[in-house]
Design a protein around this ligand. Structure first.
Ligand code: PGA
Length: 249
């Protein structure tokens, strides 16, 4: 059975008191759900988020990490540091990291290896840009993003991988991929994994969709057979919207 997951990526939003009050709202209002619910606050508030959510099933995850173990990498955060405050899952490969911070497939492959070495679970993000889709190159781009960062992994590492397909043109733009576009790409992703590994493995991987998921469109997107949940940006910053999306799954 594939896991159903709704993960909120808070990005560079929410200071300490805002983090506390959003978590408080989520604890009070989040609907019961069979899906796993994750939130990714900024690094400086992870520790506090864990304190607040100690007896709650909302999982606190990180937005990024470095691939080196430790040392002279000013401003960076290691896997061991994340684990020491309780983080078990890390988002890697977000399109904003790729676009603004120069994270290439090669860097991401190293990050993936380090996270797995530390026994962490990964929400691995990838997706094509508008130009790629316009030039009908989106399947090639997505296929090579997967291959370059993940297909060196042995089959048993995949139990720690959650995929998040996020077409860049749909992130924070209010424009979503249609449920059909999402399904078509998720199906392609599963087929690509089946070819590289096998069908059983491909069927076990949870593939989330991300990019302007809102209460109004969540149910339709999550209703597609190969969509196992969502990675939510803007709508994760308001408890009512995030709750409605959790309800939709
Ligand atoms: P969005 O962001 O929901 O605001 O489009 C999604 C993401 O970047 O993960």
């Amino acid at each position: 059975m594939r896991r159903k997951i709704v993960a909120g990526n808070w990005k560079m939003n929410m200071d300490l008191s805002q983090t506390e009050s959003l978590i408080d709202d989520l604890m009070k209002t989040l609907p019961e759900s069979d899906a796993e619910v994750m939130i990714a606050p900024t690094f400086v508030n992870l520790y506090r988020a864990f304190e607040l959510l100690k007896n709650n099933k909302i999982e606190v995850i990180a937005q990024n990490m470095h691939f080196e173990e430790s040392g002279a990498f000013t401003g960076e955060i290691s896997a061991a540091m994340l684990k020491s405050v309780g983080v078990k899952t890390v988002i890697l490969g977000h399109s904003e990291r790729r676009a603004y911070f120069g994270e290439t497939d090669g860097i991401l492959a190293k990050k993936v290896d380090t996270a797995l070495k530390h026994g962490m679970e990964i929400v691995f993000c990838f997706g094509e840009e508008l130009e790629d889709r316009k030039s009908d190159n989106h399947f090639n781009v997505v296929g090579s993003q997967l291959k370059n960062a993940l297909f060196h992994l042995p089959a048993d590492a995949w139990k720690n991988i959650i995929l998040a397909y996020e077409p860049v043109w749909a992130i924070g733009t209010g424009e979503t991929a249609s449920p059909e576009q999402a399904q078509e790409m998720h199906e392609f992703i599963r087929k690509t994994i089946a070819e590289a590994y096998d069908e059983a493995l491909a069927n076990e991987v949870s593939i989330l969709y991300g990019g302007s998921v809102k209460p109004a469109n969540a149910e339709e997107i999550f209703g597609k057979p190969d969509v196992d949940g969502g990675l939510i940006g803007g709508a994760a910053l308001a408890a009512a919207d995030f709750g409605a999306i959790v309800k939709a799954i």
